[in-house]
Design a protein around this ligand. Structure first.
Ligand SMILES: CC(C)(COP(=O)(O)OP(=O)(O)OC[C@H]1O[C@@H](n2cnc3c(N)ncnc32)[C@H](O)[C@@H]1OP(=O)(O)O)[C@@H](O)C(=O)NCCC(=O)NCCS
Length: 175
């Protein structure tokens, strides 16, 4: 399988039942709760809501949802099915979200994740998100109400000029 077998496309309203299925299969950490089709529909109906679906070999394997409001954006979630993790899908999805944010005129992109979520921390740090805060005991565990998890908040500053795609290439050619 190669990167060419992957396709990332914008999410439409017709995808909502599929998104609910993906959500329940992907978000099963102690701090997660499944989002119903109804709540996903409500989120996608919000102004500035957008999403991307990653398909690999024509099968859906991941999703990302974000809200872009004027020059600020928030990534609500990024998820890849457990069997498809660790192959760069999350990174590819993240690139699509960041490109979408740039195209929408977003200057600052925010997100949060559980501090214990090492995969999320790595994915977002590698995408350039820097930690800007910490929310103590922010997430609860439905199966153990006394247990709480800290959250990390991060931000990606998109206002800096994007490096030109030809950076580093000698345009003058051989002398
Ligand atoms: C976070 C998540 C989307 C990453 O998806 P993925 O397809 O595995 O990501 P990639 O393969 O592109 O890997 C991204 C980076 O994370 C690292 N990584 C992947 N799984 C990891 C793990 N379990 N622990 C630590 N790092 C991990 C990879 O090594 C890679 O880093 P590198 O580029 O320096 O090598 C996926 O683990 C997931 O869906 N988790 C459950 C949902 C979730 O927690 N989402 C994030 C909060 S909304």
């Amino acid at each position: 399988m190669t990167e060419d077998d992957d396709r990332i496309r914008p999410i439409g309203a017709f995808d909502i039942p599929l998104l609910a299925e993906l959500h329940v299969a992907i978000f099963n950490a102690p701090w997660d709760r499944p989002w119903s089709a109804e709540s996903l529909a409500q989120i996608l109906a919000m102004p500035g809501a957008c999403g991307w679906l990653l398909e690999s070999e024509r099968a859906p394997v991941g999703l990302a949802l974000a809200l872009f409001t004027l020059d600020e954006g928030e990534i609500l979630l990024t998820g890849i099915l457990p069997a498809a993790r660790g192959r760069g899908h999350g990174t590819r999805l993240m690139r699509a979200v960041v490109a979408g944010a740039r195209a929408a005129g977003v200057a600052k992109l925010f997100l949060e994740h559980a501090e214990l979520n090492a995969a999320a921390a790595r994915l977002y740090r590698r995408a350039g998100f820097v930690q800007i805060g910490r929310r103590l005991r922010y997430y609860s565990d439905p199966s153990s109400p006394a247990t709480r998890y800290d959250a990390v908040t991060r931000m990606l500053d998109l206002s800096a000029a994007e490096p030109p795609p030809t950076a580093g290439i000698d345009r003058q050619g051989p002398k």
